[in-house]
Design a protein around this ligand. Sequence first.
Ligand code: ADP
Ligand code: MG
Length: 721
Amino acid sequence: KGGGGGVNIQVLLRCRPLSKEELSINTPVVITCNEQRREVSAAQNIANKQIDRTFVFDKVFGPKSKQQDVFNHAVVPLVGEVLDGYNCTIFAYGQTGTGKTYTMEGGGGKTQDGELPSDAGVIPRAVKRIFDILEAQSAEYSMKVSFLELYNEELTDLLAPDESKFSDDKSKKPMALMEDGKGGVFVRGLEEEVVSSASEIYKILERGSGKRKTAETLLNKQSSRSHSIFSITIHIKECTPEGEEMIKCGKLNLVDLAGSENISRSGARDGRAREAGEINKSLLTLGRVINTLVEHSGHIPYRDSKLTRLLRDSLGGKTKTCIIATIAPSVHCLDETLSTLDYAHRAKNIKNKPEVNQKMMKSALIKDLYFEMDRLKQELYAAREKNGIYIPGEQYLADEAEKKAMSEKLDRLELGLESKDKQLDELQGLYDSQKVLSADLSDKLQTLQKKMQETECALAVLEEKYMQANNTIKEKEYLIENLLKTEKVLVHEAHTLRSELENTTDDLSGLFSKLERKGKIEDANKNIVGHFHSQLTQDMDILHRNISTSVSQQESQLKVLEEEMQSFITTKGKVAGGLQNQVREMKESFSSRITELHGFASELNLKSQLSSEKLNAQVSAHTSDLEDCLKGLLADADQLLIGLQNGLSQQEESLTTLVEQQHEGLTRNVERTKSISATTMNFFRTIDAHALELKRILEESQASHQKQLLQLQTKFEDLCR
Ligand code: ADP
Ligand code: MG
């Protein structure tokens, strides 16, 4: 809160409960208070629409709040500040009948055996607390109280003794507001009653408010249009470490303002324009001062009313200020309530710069007292001259004697004062340096505040990180749990693995022996391969030789075959020649026989020409037939011969070609067999090389196997350990 420009004043809100009358006529409630959230909501009905307005304050006291609660939360801290040397002011602001006087003074309960009634207000409670604290500290102190009323811009002293003994018929004497020359004001002739116990103050209070109440009945509800200011001034003696006596001073102002309804409604309504105008003057000026302070809009019109002159320091000054705004919950005063809420909410923005009252040295206080006495003396003279008051002779003499003693005392004091003045100057110097220091400090404070904000941000980030870290921790825990489980499983597996490994060593020794056997077998194999190779080469040589002998045999056989074929062909040719001759002989024999037959036939013809022409015919027929048959036979024989000759020549040709082919095939066979034997030789040579290579590889692999086995053995031994 605050920042560079000062500290915002505190604004609290109090809502009173419904009164008995209000309850009896079932007055609707339109105000809800949320003390936790420090919120007040007003339910408004505009053109049949429910429109809620919510205001936030520094503190909210609902209808059920007790006087004790208000005091504890709103006043106790301020009482502490007063005792620390601050000036503090509490204003009660609100419409008439909302509980301003109830809050400040109380409900009218009587004190019993020095105990406050439960409805006692802020003023008696504050006084009691101050006494309690000071007594508990057994401090040396003095307390003065004053009770002022401001009505119609006229100040009245509510603590002034009854003045009926004076001939004056006024019950209260109006007092003047004077400048004190230090920027403040004081009320001339204001009764400041010194009190030394709480019960004393209750009496004073009763007297003062009693006077106000009487006035209320007499002067037509005056109290609602008047302001009352109750002030407590405390001086507490302190000793510096150097043994010097210092006076600490604090002041608490408790202000019960006039009803705020007068601020919005023109008082002219009652036909007493002036009075209304005057009342409005202080309250309106208060409003204007607040507005100017909030809006920072230039000149602040403190001087326009007595109230603002008296409480100038409480509004934008060095005093710590608190406003208690009071409202009623009923629907009937909703307009006023809303205007109070607006007013109080705006006042939250007023910034004060609270400052501790400068501690006075006892000597300075004496100086002040001297001035005060001087002033009183003058007043006395004036009073005498003006009113021509006569004092009884004894009284006069006593007074004079006292005066003389006083002036002597004063002279003495004056002498002392001169020396003290010097000290004062020194102190002033000190004060100036302290001022510089305090400016420095405020700068540092600002930087610290910035850092605080940064740290807060960092904290938020850290908190987030913390949450994340928590989450990850949870995850990790879960993981660890799982890991433990798996570890157990792993241990179990390790055990089984170990037994398996033990088995494996047995297997390995078996493997070693097997490998040895294998090596032997491989050696044997190598021998066998070598043996096989030599055998093969021998066999191949034999094969080669066999093939070449068979080729030569075949060649000789072929020659024999050729010769035989040639002899066969010649014999065939002879046979064919014989056959030709036979055929020719047969042909000749046939032709001779045919001629014989022709002769025989002609004979027969001759012989039988006579016998039978028929027979002749038959014979001729037979002869032609025979002739035909013979001709056919001849042709056939010719053809047969020719075919035989053709077949023979063809056979001869085919035989020669066959012999040639056979010869070619055989030569090819021989060549192929030769090439085959060469490739086979090559093949065996390569096989030989491969066998050698294989042997080398085998040896290498055996070596590497042995190495690996050794490694395995060492590893396994490590593991077993
Ligand atoms: P104001 O001073 O604002 O005009 P009062 O203090 O005279 O109002 O209060 C008006 C009436 O309401 C009085 O009878 C008072 O006892 C009563 N009253 C006010 N506030 C409360 C409260 N918080 N609890 C009980 N009664 C209250
Ligand atoms: Mg009142």
